[in-house]
Design a protein around this ligand. Structure first.
Ligand code: ZN
Length: 79
């Protein structure tokens, strides 16, 4: 039988618990960022009228549905 002091037992319990919580936190945060990145992948903001729209085509210069100007594909940023 392995003899372990109560202090060491509490330390092991806290270490395992905090490691699990930290691991789950990292995992959920990674999933959230991935989901957010996928959501804004095809979103474009017009440089003339600041209208945001989705464009799923592969065209180099998508046309704004509101003002009709051509826009370059910049990486969309969220706050
Ligand atoms: Zn526009």
């Amino acid at each position: 039988m392995i003899r372990v002091s109560l202090t060491l037992l509490v330390f092991i319990y806290l270490f395992l618990f905090l490691t699990a919580v930290f691991g789950l936190w990292i995992w959920f945060e990674w999933k959230r960022q991935r989901r957010e990145k996928l959501a804004v992948r095809n979103r474009i903001r017009c440089t003339i009228c600041a209208f945001e729209f989705e464009d799923n085509t592969e065209t180099q210069l998508p046309r704004c549905p509101r003002c009709g100007s051509l826009n370059e594909r910049f990486k969309f940023r969220t706050l």
